[in-house]
Design a protein around this ligand. Structure first.
Ligand code: B1M
Length: 220
């Protein structure tokens, strides 16, 4: 099977919540030479999206969403992270405070962004999920990061990103950090509208964008 075919099957296996097939197809795809990034972005992430569509259509319920997250995390731990961490660059790039915004407990994408940033040489302070604007402000005071990263997966919680930016402004800290936002419902237009400095569609792009942000080049 070609890489494309393997990744298509991987997407289907995750959508079906077939853990052993997800496991074996991930291993095969990596053996075949598909990059870990391709496996995640063209196999696993579309599989998760399909789980989401089935949830919307009433074919899946909350337990299936939770199972999909467990399967995703298991193959990340078993196959993807060991390959990625071998690629560690080591050179220090800067400090990032990251979190999933208030009201939102989705953390798979945020964790992936945090891992990729660490591998690239960023120091990452991960505030976890359901992070209030006050907590972001406190963390900026405490850690003095170069960048604040926010993730949101719900159309309702993405609005919290604006509140964080406003809270940073009110605390007189907005100019001391660059702000990057991301997550499935977030767009470049939304990032511009709320006054973020940058947006990234996936974890690899987040790394490239953060590198540019620390060099002071990028403004959305
Ligand atoms: Co929920 N969920 N969920 N869920 N869930 C979605 C997001 C949903 C789209 C499913 C659907 O209906 N189609 C839908 C939101 C609809 C909407 O708002 N329009 C939804 C819903 C409704 C809910 C609940 C409300 C369900 C309920 O309770 N009735 C509930 C909300 C809980 C809450 O947060 N308050 C809920 C709960 C859950 C679980 C806890 C069961 C579980 C999450 C487990 C966990 O994260 N630990 C879950 C899951 C698994 C999903 C789906 C199926 C998968 C999400 C995922 O992990 N994707 C999701 C469907 C979907 O995504 N389309 C869905 C894989 C991950 C690698 O991709 O997170 O997009 P993603 O991250 C990407 C990019 O977005 C980007 O890079 C990442 C890597 O490429 N990125 C960034 C992310 N953050 C970034 C930050 C950056 C830059 C890039 O800079 C800082």
């Amino acid at each position: 099977m070609s890489c494309d075919e393997l990744l298509e099957s991987l997407k289907g296996a995750l959508a079906e919540l077939d853990e052993s097939r997800v496991d074996s197809l991930t291993a095969k795809a990596l053996e075949q030479g598909c990059s870990p990034h391709e496996v995640v972005e063209r196999g696993l992430r579309p599989g998760m999206q399909e789980v989401g569509f089935r949830f919307e259509r009433g074919e899946y319920f909350l337990p299936e969403l939770m199972i999909s997250a467990e399967i995703f995390n298991a193959v990340m731990q078993r196959y993807i992270l060991p390959v990625l961490t071998k690629e560690q660059s080591g050179e220090y790039k800067g400090r990032v405070v990251i979190g999933t915004v208030r009201g939102d407990i989705h953390d798979i994408g945020k964790n992936l962004v945090a891992v990729m940033l660490r591998i690239d040489g960023f120091e990452v302070i991960d505030l976890g999920v359901d992070v209030s604007p006050e907590r972001f402000v406190e963390a900026v005071r405490e850690y003095r990061p170069d960048i604040v990263g926010m993730s949101a997966l719900l159309t309702t919680t993405m609005l919290e990103m604006r509140n964080v930016i406003e809270a940073l402004r009110a605390a007189g800290l907005r100019d001391s950090v660059k702000v990057i936002v991301g997550g499935a419902p977030v767009t470049l237009e939304f990032a511009r509208e709320i006054g973020a400095d940058a947006y990234a569609r996936d974890a690899v792009e987040a790394v490239t964008v953060c590198r540019e942000l620390v060099k002071g080049k990028r403004k959305v």
